[in-house]
Design a protein around this ligand. Sequence first.
Ligand SMILES: C[S@@+](CC[C@H](N)C(=O)[O-])C[C@H]1O[C@@H](n2cnc3c(N)ncnc32)[C@H](O)[C@@H]1O
Length: 207
Amino acid sequence: MSVTSKKRTYARIAQLYDLLDLPFEYLRYRKLRKLIFDGLSGGALLDAGIGTGRNIPYYPEDMKVTGIDICPQMLSRAMHRRDRLGTLVDLYGMNVLDLEFGDHTFDHIASTFMFCVLDDENQLPALKELKRVCRPNGQIHILEYSMSKDPFRAFIMRLWAPWVHFAYGASFDRQTEQYLEDAGLELVSKDYIHLDIIKLLRVQPKT
Ligand SMILES: C[S@@+](CC[C@H](N)C(=O)[O-])C[C@H]1O[C@@H](n2cnc3c(N)ncnc32)[C@H](O)[C@@H]1O
């Protein structure tokens, strides 16, 4: 699926996105979103693939946040959320594979459930682009799904996979970590924060 068709997928579901995700948001994601920003403070933060702005309530208060997303309809919902919450967030329509920011613009970067949407061949280019716009001593936090090692859980995830692919253009088992080295990044930590199916990767530019 090309980047253009992902954009179309999200344009189609933007109005329904928060509703479709509601049970997962309340039962699962809400408590995890806080953890993404642990250890990040001060300076400029990029939220890559901000979607409808579900992370907005959890941004560290002392950071100047910029959000980008490829889909204008998702961004428009993020704008409504931002305005309703009275949070200052700059929002731009951009492709993470071709960011219109200078090198080292951001102190830190967060990305939640965007890499599971990027096709395998776009994992490395996206990581390289995030590395380019991140300060050399900054951190990139990536929250992602992972296929369970537990046979029963993996079976349930495989049942869900066709729907997740159709509705969100996403996959549960992107191997984002395997591209870090080639992107010039190193893994600081990898923690499973919901069973063995949602992981938080903390990475940084290689020194
Ligand atoms: C599953 S949603 C996650 C949204 C949000 N981060 C969250 O945690 O709820 C994935 C988001 O990534 C965006 N996206 C997909 N491909 C992208 C790309 N190449 N560049 C920027 N955003 C992209 C989609 O438009 C969508 O809003």
